[in-house]
Design a protein around this ligand. Sequence first.
Ligand code: ATP
Length: 311
Amino acid sequence: MVLGLGLTAPLLQLGYTGQSMRTALQARDSVAGFLAQPVQSRPEHPVRPDGAEVRYEGVTFGYDDSRRVLHDITLSCRPGTVTALVGPSGSGKSTLARLLPRFHDVDEGRVTLGGADVRDIEPARLYTETGFVLQDAHVLRTTVRDNIRLTRPDADDAEVVRAARAARIHDRIERLPRGYDSVIGEDAHLSGGEEQRLTIARALITDAPVLVLDEATAALDPDSEAAVQDAISALVVDRSLLVIAHRLHTITGADTVLVLDAGRIVERGTHDELLAAGGTYRELWDRQQRIRSHEPDPAAPAGAGAGQVTR
Ligand code: ATP
């Protein structure tokens, strides 16, 4: 028994050490990967954007040389208007939106904000001019208050509450054990939809004249979605809004709908115009309506029945 106990303890210790080694090696690889990222170029002679109009002029982009993801994209999003991007999954909607904050730089053409090429705008300036709500909500392990004012650390409590109310998350925060002082992951455990509303509040507090919402309401239940849509509509005044949506009923009021397919804009117009045109948008719309009303999809493969999720 004594010998057995004496042997197992070091073996167990070896197992634990091996696990720690694997974790450390993974951490090393991810840090090395981060450090290997190319440094974003900074403009030598920064230009100040004049206004909040966003324009894409003949933009072509690929993540690598072997495949273009966007081809010759031209669009304009004026202050006080909503421009919606729709299209099948993988058509390049998120990629297009992410060129504005320079997550990547274009290969050809240019993206401008207030008449200035985004590559010529000082990065700090670019990020105060543009607010983002991306598909994957990122919240940090800190207080709810600091999570909301992450993009504007000088915002006072009243501004934090105003943004939280507009994003329809204030009541939920009030119910947390320490309200706005609750710490995410410790005494604040929020659902995916609630975290998404927190990031919407974060985008609203920046007061940025350009807002990009990438599937911002996709993780919300229908009631919260309607509430947040209302809040977002109220913000359009003087702002340029670029909205990416899968659920087409959320963007029927957009000033311009751009339909993207395989990295090209194949249709543009209002919801009514595109429905009347009977093209890709009409097809997407009819399909979503059928899914919502649980009718069988005639385009679905044989055997696919009512209520099945199809694209
Ligand atoms: P979804 O509606 O599913 O979010 P999407 O229309 O937004 O899709 P993107 O996410 O822009 O499409 O992707 C367009 C294409 O670019 C896809 O083929 C995708 O695989 C590819 N892609 C996206 N991100 C990267 C990346 N970081 N590196 C390489 N390829 C990528």
